[in-house]
Every structure is written in structure tokens, then in C-alpha cells.
Design a protein around this ligand. Structure first.
Ligand SMILES: Cc1ncc(COP(=O)(O)O)c(C=O)c1O
Length: 477
């Protein structure tokens, strides 16, 4: 595309955008079980959008010149810390879970100040921790979880600790299986050794306290647990704020100090940044603040109740479908469904063909492949219909084998380190991926192939794919 020689009329611009959006997944309506968090409250969406837009031009770079942002951030942090077991913790508003995690890892690294630092991560910890380690020069030490409960095993975490460990991580809850790690035990390990412990509450931190109030036996996981030194909670997930909203909290201000970055060593203003971004729109913070005010505690309890009811019906319903089982015992509204009778990747395709977006999760280190569903308050209205279709889809999936056996055998033995980028690009069409055409409707064969290949090859192949996608002219998805 070239820049229009003269500006287009507003209606034409909006019509073009609408055309572009036609191919997007539906963000509202409850049929999309990943990526989006739908409160099924148009009033809340409208308020969030309005406030977001009204604050778009305000810059969060300098809290002294836009004091309304400073006041709102302090309010949001205060609300979040009280929700998570502390009246004294300090924190920051960030752009999302990944940024909160990167900052918590940076704080732990700089607090320890040692050579070749390590972070101990149960394999169920969100991949954002590995990204943080990669960006910040730490080593991620991965630890297997219990293969039945999918929870971290404290003795395995303990065995992985060395004199270079600067952070232990526990999830509340984990994305893939929706279970809460034994935070108290892991935090006790950290406390005994003087090692900080971060609880990833990005997806569960907001919802779990409400689930507890609704009678679910949620184990202790927040800042009230001795040894928990930091926690992250995303407001753009179960607090239903527009995207770009998370909070990272620290029990001790000394640790948050290590999160900040300052330099006076250049020609301009002394740069002092609380977070990764420097210039940042005030939109996400103002919208999150407004949504928290408008929903209120009773509103969130009601949204959590709808979410819980939907999750219970789903878990119960899946148990009645011959051939399906829920992995572990999710304490959250995240459900992983596996099968020994049908190929779950085929099942995901069948569900997608019937207008449900469900997410395939590849098998990993002996843990089975599964179909992931993130439930929200909007799931309550649709989950019974979903269960009807699920049973139909299981039958339609029986006997269907995805993937070409010859190709599967060939990719198993490929060594990614011996393949040049040009060779990798030629593998993409073989795998059924043609960037100019977008992804095929049926993904089971591709998922089977991706699962079969060595992980490093998968990473490189998908990196190649992403690069091709983000090449102008290749985006006709
Ligand atoms: C447990 C957990 N941690 C971290 C993240 C990363 O959050 P974000 O996508 O907002 O960066 C997610 C996202 O789903 C998550 O589920």
C-alpha cells in the first residue's frame, strides 16, 4: 500500500476498516474461548472505550505533568494490592502480563546482582518468563510438574535451586490447565533461602479471590503468603478492562526500586521510567480505572458467579461426552480437554467449523495435547450449546487421522541447527502453510506436524512464518 496522495474521507476510511475486520475472530458474543475476555456487559465495554479514547493523547511518560494519571495509577495499585492480600505493597501499572513479568524478573535480577542468574520455572509457568529471561540475560531452569494434577512439585523446585537462583515462580493459575500451584510451599522454599518468589496471577489474580468467595477451595496464593515477594495481575483479563492493562506488585519497595530504570547520561531530560515503555498513552490506565469503578465489588462477584457456573457446566458436560476428559481439576475458568479416542486437533477444527474458537495445545514433555477453553462471564449464555456441538464434533472426529506419516517421520529427525533460513522457508509449504493465502481452515495436520518436530525446529519454523506474514503483500489472511 502507498500513502493516499490526499487524505480519504472519514466514511471511506471507516468502511475500509470494517472490511478488514470482517476476517477477525469475534471479540464479543461468547463463542471465542481464547484471547478475549467478554463480560457480556455492553455498558462496561462502552464506558471503557469512551474513557480509553478520551485519554489517548495523554502521555504517561512523566507523572508530574499529568497528575490525573498518577492519581489513577495509585488508585489502581491500591485496589489491586488490597484484592491480593496487602495494604502496604507497592507496584506499577503496565501494558500487560508480559510486561509485568519482564519487570518482576528484572527486579529480581538486579536485586540479586550476581553473575549468570537463574530463574526456576515449572514448565506450566507462562512462556513470558522465558521471554523475560531471554531479553534480560538470565537462564530459565525448567522443572517438570505433576503429570496428573499439572501443579508444580515443590520438591522438584527445591532440587532445581542453586546458588545462582534469583527467583522462584508459581502460577495462580496456570494458563494451560487452570490450576493453582502450591504457592505456600514454594514461597516457604524461597523464604528459607532468601530467594524472591513471584506469583503469576496474570490470569487468575483477579478472579480467584471471587471464586473463593463463591465457595471454591482456592489455596492461598497472594501477598499474604509469607515468602511471596511479587505478584502480577492483568486487568485486561478477568477485570474486563480494555487491552493494555496489568499490575505488578512488590511486597517490599526495595524490590520495586530495582524495577525502575534511570539515566541522566545523555543530552536530554533525565530519563526515569517505572516500566518498559517510556511514552505511553494514558488510555489503558484511565479505562482500567473507570471499569474498576463502574463494575465495583458486587459487579465482579456477579461476573465471577456467571463464569463459575459456566465452567462447572462445561466440566460436568465434558465428563459426560464419551471419549473426552478434563485435564487436572481446574480451580479457574480455564479448561484443558484431552482425549484418548479422538485427535484433539481434529476436534478443534470441527469445533471451529461450527463457529466456536477453541485453542489447540500441543503435547509437551509427556503431557497430553489438549483443547483449551478460556471461559468468561459471556460463556454462561452459550456453554450448553457448546456442549451439544462438542458431542457432535467428537463423533465427527472419530477415526480421522491428521498428518502425513512420511512427513511426520521426516521432521522428527531434522536438526534445526543444520538448516539455513532459506531451507526453513521451503519447509513451510510442505507443512501446508502458504503465507500469501493465510492459514488453512483445517489446522490439524499442521498442528500434528508441529508437535512431531523438535521444539527448536518448531520455534524456527514459526519465526520464519511470522516474518513472512509481516511482509507487506503476504497478509491476505
Ligand atoms: C498465566 C499468564 N501469565 C502471563 C500471561 C501473559 O499476559 P499478556 O498476554 O497480557 O502479556 C498470560 C496470558 O494469557 C497468562 O495466562
Amino acid at each position: 500500500m502507498t500513502l493516499p496522495p490526499s487524505g480519504l474521507p472519514r466514511d471511506e476510511v471507516l468502511a475500509k476498516l470494517q472490511e478488514l475486520r470482517a476476517g477477525d475472530l469475534a471479540a464479543r458474543g461468547g463463542r471465542t474461548f481464547a484471547y478475549v475476555y467478554d463480560p457480556a456487559r455492553p455498558d462496561i465495554d462502552e464506558l471503557g472505550h469512551e474513557v480509553y479514547a478520551s485519554y489517548l493523547d495523554v502521555n504517561g511518560l512523566d507523572p508530574t505533568v499529568f497528575p490525573s494519571l498518577l492519581a489513577m495509577e495509585n488508585d489502581v495499585v491500591d485496589i489491586a494490592r488490597r484484592h491480593l492480600g496487602s495494604t502496604t505493597a507497592v507496584g506499577s501499572f503496565t501494558s500487560g502480563g508480559t510486561e509485568s513479568i519482564i519487570l518482576a524478573v528484572k527486579a529480581a535480577r538486579d536485586l540479586a546482582g550476581i553473575e549468570e542468574p537463574q530463574v526456576v520455572l515449572p514448565v506450566t509457568a507462562h512462556a513470558a518468563f522465558q521471554k523475560a529471561c531471554h531479553y534480560l540475560g538470565l537462564e530459565a531452569v525448567l522443572v517438570d510438574v505433576d503429570p496428573t494434577t499439572f501443579r508444580a512439585v515443590p520438591s522438584a523446585v527445591e532440587a532445581a535451586i542453586t546458588d545462582r537462583t534469583v527467583l522462584l515462580v508459581a502460577s495462580a493459575a496456570s494458563y494451560a490447565h487452570g490450576v493453582v500451584d502450591p504457592v505456600e510451599e514454594i514461597a516457604a522454599l524461597g523464604l528459607a533461602r532468601g530467594i524472591p518468589v513471584h506469583v503469576d496471577g496474570c490470569i487468575g489474580g483477579w478472579l480467584l479471590p471471587y471464586f473463593r468467595r463463591l465457595g471454591i477451595d482456592v489455596p492461598a496464593f497472594d501477598l499474604s503468603v509469607p515468602g511471596v515477594t511479587s505478584i502480577s495481575v492483568d486487568l485486561h483479563k478477568y477485570a474486563y478492562a480494555p487491552k493494555g492493562a496489568s499490575v505488578v506488585l512488590y511486597a517490599d519497595p526495595a524490590m520495586r526500586r530495582k524495577q525502575y530504570y534511570a539515566t541522566a547520561d545523555w543530552t536530554g531530560y533525565t530519563m526515569i521510567n517505572a516500566t518498559v515503555q517510556s511514552t505511553k498513552s494514558g488510555g489503558p490506565l484511565a479505562a482500567a480505572w473507570a471499569v474498576l469503578q463502574a463494575v465495583g465489588d458486587d459487579g465482579y462477584l456477579e461476573l465471577a458467579d456467571k463464569t463459575l457456573r459456566a465452567t462447572r457446566r462445561l466440566v460436568e458436560g465434558v465428563g459426560k461426552v464419551e471419549g473426552l476428559r478434563v485435564l487436572g481439576e481446574p480451580e479457574m475458568a480455564l479448561v484443558a480437554v484431552a482425549s484418548d479416542e479422538v485427535d484433539v486437533f481434529v476436534l478443534c477444527d470441527e469445533m471451529n467449523a461450527r463457529g466456536w474458537y477453541v485453542q489447540p495445545q500441543l503435547g509437551y514433555r509427556g503431557l497430553p495435547a489438549s483443547m483449551h477453553l478460556t471461559l468468561t462471564a459471556s460463556s454462561d449464555a452459550v456453554v450448553d450449546d457448546l456442549l451439544v456441538d462438542l458431542a457432535v464434533c467428537v463423533e465427527a472426529s472419530r477415526g480421522v487421522v491428521a498428518g502425513d506419516e512420511g512427513l511426520l517421520a521426516a521432521v522428527k529427525d531434522l536438526n534445526p541447527d543444520e538448516l539455513g533460513d532459506d531451507v526453513l522457508a521451503t519447509l513451510l509449504p510442505l507443512a501446508g502453510i502458504e503465507p500469501g493465502d493465510g492459514l488453512p481452515d483445517r489446522m490439524a495436520a499442521i498442528n500434528t506436524l508441529l508437535e512431531a518436530m523438535p521444539m527448536r525446529l518448531r520455534e524456527r519454523l514459526l519465526t520464519e512464518f511470522l516474518g513472512l506474514l509481516f511482509t507487506p503483500g503476504n497478509d491476505a489472511g
